[in-house]
Design a protein around this ligand. Sequence first.
Ligand SMILES: Nc1ncnc2c1ncn2[C@@H]1O[C@H](COP(=O)(O)OP(=O)(O)OP(=O)(O)O)[C@@H](O)[C@H]1O
Ligand SMILES: [Mg+2]
Length: 353
Amino acid sequence: MRTKTSTAEHDSPRGGDPRRGGLQAAHSTGDTPANGTAEAVPYEGGPSSGTDSRRGGLQPALADAASCEVAPADAQGDEVFVAFRDAGFTYDGEQFVFRNLNLTVPQGQFLCLLGGNGSGKSTLAKHINALLVPDEGETLVFGCDTRDPEATYFIRSNAGLVFQNPDDQIVASLIENDVAFGPENLGIPNPELRERVTRALAEVGLQGFEEHETNALSGGQKQRVAIAGVLAMDPAILILDEATAMLDPRGRAGLMRVVRDLHAAGMTVVMITHYMEEAAAAERVVVLDGGEVRLDGTPQEVLTRASELRELSLEVPFACRLSLELQARGVPVGTCVTDEALKEELCALRSKQ
Ligand SMILES: Nc1ncnc2c1ncn2[C@@H]1O[C@H](COP(=O)(O)OP(=O)(O)OP(=O)(O)O)[C@@H](O)[C@H]1O
Ligand SMILES: [Mg+2]
């Protein structure tokens, strides 16, 4: 039995050496509120004013350095950001997590990855960030082969990965230093470094929190700091591996708003979740089972296949379950995947009566 000791697997998804953030010197500019002055306001969603620039473009200087070629995905000229081509991966040299996997993610897509425990979602996510590389076939990210060591830096700095537990991702005791960690390791100098930190915190609704202690935050706030740390690296793609799993419903809804706003601003998003309501908000849903793509389509196409989802140990969205029950009792409603859609159908039905 072969045991793989991939050093990449143990690298930080935020890349670079473990230097800690270095923004203190910039305080002399006076553009940050004094410690403790920021209000812990509830997050109402949406990037704040001043964060209207487009998200999700590749950092061109880095692309040149890695000499990667991003392939057009279709006639419209959209680019393929991620391509698994007959990819196979095994942790132990015996059991393949996936094999002959073919999956592409075009630029700007909001893709949700579903699947039961152990179906290979996290393993796949780590391939997009080049934390893991395939044993068979290839994974191309932004046109770069993830096995090319010269491309690793480019891929990691453009593919931001957020994990489930924020405590595993916070690296500094001060929020601004934590958020600055990634871009600082990319060599971003001040004042751009400070601008990125300010913008990223605003995007996750934590404006003014620069000088707060990370250990004094709630789980939801910590997760937003972790996402801000990834956003400050200005990634082209955001990968969320059950990033909302530890949050309460309000925290989850807030994070979903952040993700939806980022996607609306152009970010490519790959989101792994066990919450069907979150999947319903994506553009495309892919269901993995035993490392194989079982279902692939729009939320309407995938999330309404109740019996197949149940067979794959997945839930059916509440709106879909209710639609099916209503249909079974003769109520003429379509099969809806979101509460809003079902509400509209029921209101329309009532107004006809
Ligand atoms: N570091 C590892 N070493 C060995 N095997 C692993 C490792 N990580 C995952 N596996 C195995 O690979 C398979 C896929 O695991 P993975 O974590 O990708 O699944 P997942 O779909 O993310 O599951 P979950 O929903 O529980 O997070 C499982 O059989 C798991 O036991
Ligand atoms: Mg997982």
